[in-house]
Every structure is written in C-alpha cells, then in structure tokens.
Design a protein around this ligand. Structure first.
Ligand SMILES: C[S@@+](CC[C@H](N)C(=O)[O-])C[C@H]1O[C@@H](n2cnc3c(N)ncnc32)[C@H](O)[C@@H]1O
Length: 154
C-alpha cells in the first residue's frame, strides 16, 4: 500500500500486508512509567546523563528474577512499542528521504521491540528507578539484562 490509498502514510512511505499469524508469544513482565503521555512528548532517544528518572515496575511474579540486578550500574531494557503500527517497510522520517525500516531505530517495525541502555539509580523490590528511557508512560516491559558496555556478554 502507498500514500495514494492510505492518508496515514507519508509521501515516500510503503506498507505491506502483515502475515496472517504471529510465530511466538511474549510475556509482558511489567510496565514502564515515564513523564510522557504522548509520543510527541517523548525524547527521540533516552539520555542517561540528564534524562528524568523513570520507573520500571516489574510484576511481583518475577521478583526472584531480579536477584542481583542492583549490582549492575547499567541495564539493557527491552520494551514493546504498543502504539506503533507494524506494516511500514519504507519510512520517511521528518526531513529525510525514504529509508528502509531495518535501517532505522523507529518504533514502527514488524515487531515493535525497542531497546535502551539505562543507568540504574535505585532498586526497591520490584521497582527500578532508571535514567535513559524514551518511551510512553505505560509501555509494556519485555526484558532486562545487564549491560556489558561492549564487552563479550556472559
Ligand atoms: C526512536 S524510538 C527509539 C526507541 C529505542 N531507544 C530504540 O532505539 O530501540 C523512540 C520514539 O518512539 C516513540 N514511542 C515511545 N514509546 C512508544 C510506544 N509505547 N508506542 C509507540 N511509539 C512509542 C516516541 O516517539 C519516541 O520518541
């Protein structure tokens, strides 16, 4: 589909039909609380030095899975961009030429998985306070991992 038949597509953008079914299931393990209620208010990219402190609320079921996480000063956070469309294969970011979805970090992608490295400020039970996020308030959380800062991951 192109912009001629869908007014929500910008000039130069292309959509494809999505597959009939998904191939895997995902458990949302919590929610991310941020100061941003709309996409327009979110930063394009999180700022670990000067961004606001955001809260990751992990569901109580996963409490044991957090054991030891506070020993890691930086974490990779994976989250699900629940308000993003999934069918665009070519996109026109503001002021740019059309470019392929897999050449962008746009939230619009077949599987709207986002990742950010954050600084862990404090842990209290299942609540993590972090700096460096860029997502909407209420964004579903998929995973947390220690950030190895470019060294081989264990
Ligand atoms: C450019 S993406 C980058 C995400 C992540 N840091 C990455 O690199 O994978 C960040 C933008 O996604 C949009 N966004 C944030 N939360 C979203 C959500 N839950 N659903 C859809 N779009 C979202 C906002 O416009 C935000 O500025």
């Amino acid at each position: 589909m192109t912009e001629q038949s869908d007014p929500s597509i910008r000039p130069g953008e292309t959509a494809v039909p999505l597959p009939d079914r998904t191939d895997a299931g995902v458990y949302f393990i919590g929610r991310i609380r941020t100061p941003w209620p709309t996409r327009g208010e979110c930063p394009r990219r999180g700022d670990t030095a000067n961004g606001p402190i955001c809260t990751i609320e992990v569901d109580e079921r996963w409490l044991d899975a957090l054991t030891g996480i506070e020993t890691h000063p930086r974490l990779q956070v994976l989250y699900w961009m629940h308000e993003a469309r999934r069918d665009l294969v070519r996109q026109t970011p503001r002021g740019s030429e059309p470019i392929g979805t897999f050449a962008l970090r746009s939230p619009v992608r077949p599987n709207p998985i986002a990742s950010s490295v954050v600084v862990l400020v404090e842990r209290s039970g299942v609540i993590l306070r972090v700096r460096g996020l860029d997502c909407l308030d209420g964004t579903p959380l998929i995973d947390l991992k220690p950030d190895r800062g470019g060294t081989a991951a264990a």
